[in-house]
Design a protein around this ligand. Structure first.
Ligand code: ZN
Length: 149
């Protein structure tokens, strides 16, 4: 295992053990539940949008280490961003997970790069993208998404 893979795994384990913004958000403006029946992940994403920005983000629910770590990373990365930036970030992460040849750089992309460690386990990609799909659904006014179908 390379040093980067070690680092990526460490980031995932850390976010799973100490998930950031893991709480109910009072008075969210947007909220959606993401279900990944293949793994049993159920992640709820909450957002409070103020003046076009994601003033607060949080998540709740249960799931595997990857789905929890990914949701935790999402709340950390996107708090304070504009709604447009959030849409772009979701598209970028989905693209990143689909395209195994795309490289990311820890220095430029930050902890999000850790998610690429999952790409060699295709069954877990849905775990890694669940929270991002859920946020996108929430921002689009939908209440739930499922990775099935
Ligand atoms: Zn999972």
């Amino acid at each position: 295992m390379s040093d980067m893979e070690d680092l990526y795994q460490e980031i995932i384990l850390d976010h799973n053990k100490r998930p950031r913004n893991f709480r109910l958000l009072e008075h969210p403006t947007h909220h959606a539940e993401g279900n990944n029946p293949m793994c049993g992940d159920e992640i709820e994403v909450y957002a409070r949008v103020e003046d076009g920005r994601l003033a607060e983000l949080s998540f709740q629910g249960q799931g595997c280490a990857i789905s929890r770590a990914s949701a935790s990373l999402l709340t950390e990365q996107l708090t304070g961003k504009t709604v447009e930036e959030a849409h772009a970030a979701v598209a970028d992460v989905l693209d990143l997970m689909r395209d195994a040849d795309r490289t990311v750089d820890f220095m430029n992309d930050g902890e999000i790069a850790a998610l690429t460690g999952v790409r060699k386990f295709p069954a877990r990609i849905k775990c890694a993208t669940l929270a991002w799909h859920a946020l996108e659904a929430a921002l689009n006014g939908e209440e739930a998404i499922s990775t099935e179908g």
